[in-house]
Ligand binder design. Sequence first.
Ligand code: NAD
Ligand code: MG
Length: 336
Amino acid sequence: MSSTNTLASSRIAVLGYGSQGRAHALNLRDSGLDVVIGLRPNGPTWHKAKADGFNVAEPSEAVKGADLVAVLTPDMVQPTLYKEAIEPNIKPGAALLFAHGFNVHFKQITPRADIDVILVAPKGPGALVRSEYERGRGVPCIWAVHQDVSGHAEAKTKGYADGIGGGRAMIIKTDFKEETETDLFGEQAVLCGGASELVIKGFETLVEAGYQPEIAYYEVMHELKLIVDLFYEGGLAKMLQFVSETAQYGDYVSGPRIVDAGTKARMKEVLTDIQDGTFARNWTAEYAAGLPNYKRLKQADLDHPIEVVGAKLRAQMPWLQPSAAKAEAAPLKKVG
Ligand code: NAD
Ligand code: MG
């Protein structure tokens, strides 16, 4: 961080101490900034924040007197948190910061007109945001300004991105609409939804054809990590470089038979549902109803035969079992 961080004399309230909240708070503090944590008393992460040496208060108390309030709780609790703790207490001219634009973009939160509304989202899970910072580096961040009342909203996003280490890497300008819609599309069509369905259908195809579930599991789920790691490090080129010629030829001729123009047309339908608010409306209604479909669909995933055989096989691969230290850091490991 440069010695002239815009937020050098600001108080920052971080609401939420999960994957992103903990990493941001630790990095901001190590960058010399003044951080207070806002949490429900004795909630699941209250003691963790205390043990890390932070000043921890109820959200409404943490917001009072803060110059920047970072909202890092789960997205679905943010509208109530805003109404109850933030709106009545945030100082005029202060900044309200999000790491995901969902609630502002889909108007689940309408921020007061006298505050700045900004976004800083690291392109990585909290664990990486913290570990890269500790190594003197940073995870690239995207940033956006939704509302600039103070005239310093952009400088505040830069100060925050610097404080969490993103400024050491790269920061990319976006807007709330682009961040929200692309984030939802990525997780639905490719990362969480697309990838898990691809694995499940591949597993079912092999098992229904009479192959052993153990062999199918290794082929379509376990080995996916090797491929994804190659994508992550060097894109398609590195993946193609490290798989056999036979695998490459099979990729070229069979990949487009699986994910074809019909798949892409349905991806566009998923994107349309995101853009026109259908997904947001359905998801907020589902949450308000107590998550009946979410729970049923989640249970179906957890009960799938690939999970039964997977648990058995992973128990025989001790290198996959989290060590005590890793288990401790588990809340930092979420993505999304
Ligand atoms: P999380 O589930 O890991 O942590 C949530 C935290 O909020 C916990 O400390 C929890 O105790 C606290 N909390 C829950 N309800 C609360 C309430 N009513 N009042 C106060 N505190 C409450 O969340 P996360 O994954 O870090 O996500 C936080 C935000 O960051 C979300 O907007 C998410 O979309 C965004 N984001 C997450 C990632 C990621 O990698 N996880 C990446 C980019 C952006
Ligand atoms: Mg996401």
